[in-house]
Design a protein around this ligand. Sequence first.
Ligand code: BES
Ligand code: ZN
Ligand code: ZN
Length: 495
Amino acid sequence: MEIKADARKYQEIECDALVIGVFEGESVTEGLLAELDHQSAGAIGSLFETGEFTGKSGESAYLVGASGLKARRLLLLGAGKADEADTNLLRKLAGTATRTLRGKKAKSITFLHRTEKNLATDAQAITEGALLSLFEPDKYHTSNKTESLLETLLITAGGAGSEEIARGIERGRIIAEATNFGREVINEPANILTPTELAHRAWGMAKEYGLRIDVIEEQGMKELGMGALLGVSQGSAEPAKLIVLTYTPEQESNETIAIVGKAVTFDTGGISIKPADGMEKMKYDMAGGATTIATMRAIAQLKPAVKVIGVIPATENMPGGKAQRPGDVVTAMTGKTIEVINTDAEGRLILADAVAYARQLGATRIVDLATLTGAVLIALGDVYVAAMGNDQSWIDTVIAAGRKAGEKFWQLPLDKEYREQIKSEIADIKNVGGRKAGTITGAWFIGEFVDDTPWVHLDIAGTAWNESTKPHLAIGPTGICVRTLVTLVCDQSGN
Ligand code: BES
Ligand code: ZN
Ligand code: ZN
């Protein structure tokens, strides 16, 4: 779908449907609604009169035939309370409109944006919402695939700022397409998306967008002393891969931001095997890694003035004959020894070596992201990503980037007291800390391998998968954190 800025007044634009968000309590006797009422021979007024449409969030009204407009249909969407409006509202409205009108076989849509402030940011949000809404996890359907006839989306602010709008669209498109690329990868079943295939996809992306890529094989991991990563992969017939993507800016950069993403292409739990019920979902245990690859794709196009590396440890967690056992002791790249109490706490093991490697590559700041714990679902549900780290100002920076990008992060405490839970009798540390504060002890474990490099850990186990189709978003992988990480990196470089 092509998305373009349009400088014309909404009445002048010929298209299949004109989309307008309406706040709760707006009056039909003045301003835009009065105009529309007039153009639709009183249809808007009567919708309000009967209470069919009041502007409440979630409401919609689809009008056929308003003779005063060149648009063939009019879609009104409830925008809720005006004082609660933010850019996420625009993402939702644009997404709801796009999905709804796709269902109505529309080819061309116009989104009327009703304010002239922050046009670039708003157009970016509208573009993101529209493109993200069109993703469908139906690659493997051979019939009844969701059809889309959509060709164009025009964004107009009643004639104002079309250059600014165009700038926002460009940025929104890059970010949303990268996110959908990541969602496509996350959605792949584990028989297709092995660590080798993930490396292959990363390689294709890197070649297309001009990033450097290095893939470290198991032999290389051995030479680097990555006993924690190798311990997880040894139970699988599929070889592990450590994927490293590098973006080097044209400008001198004194920081190197490392994004480190967990990519367990399937998590059976290993010998500490998971229950059968719901295990199929564990194909998305590589969401952190796919998100990292997707973020690098957007960065390669946006070209911020800061060096960024993406480090993705990719492996299966399988209970094969060579699998590691509960009680095994492995030595990580830093030399620290780990007692593996539970082979299902594998994410932190592979991240231990990956963050250590990121430091060896010169990372001056680290963000890791992982579907790390079921406990984060209990703590924060599917609404907030949990954020923890060793440097309050870096944590604040990440959370602020999230707020700007329309993704929610909630900081959990990482006080020293929690460190007690991962003390081991046998080795330097153990990989689980008991039932209490599982998300926090998971983070503490990874933190043991970052030393004093400013680091933030994001637990996306609750937010990486959308359990049911919403008006603006399909069921399945959400691509959470791509927007935040791209915003974070661009803000660090000042562009
Ligand atoms: N991949 C899982 C975490 C997960 C759970 C992701 C639910 C998405 C949805 C992770 O590897 C895991 O199994 N964690 C264990 C840790 C425990 C053994 C300390 C968990 O959360 O149960
Ligand atoms: Zn696990
Ligand atoms: Zn896992």
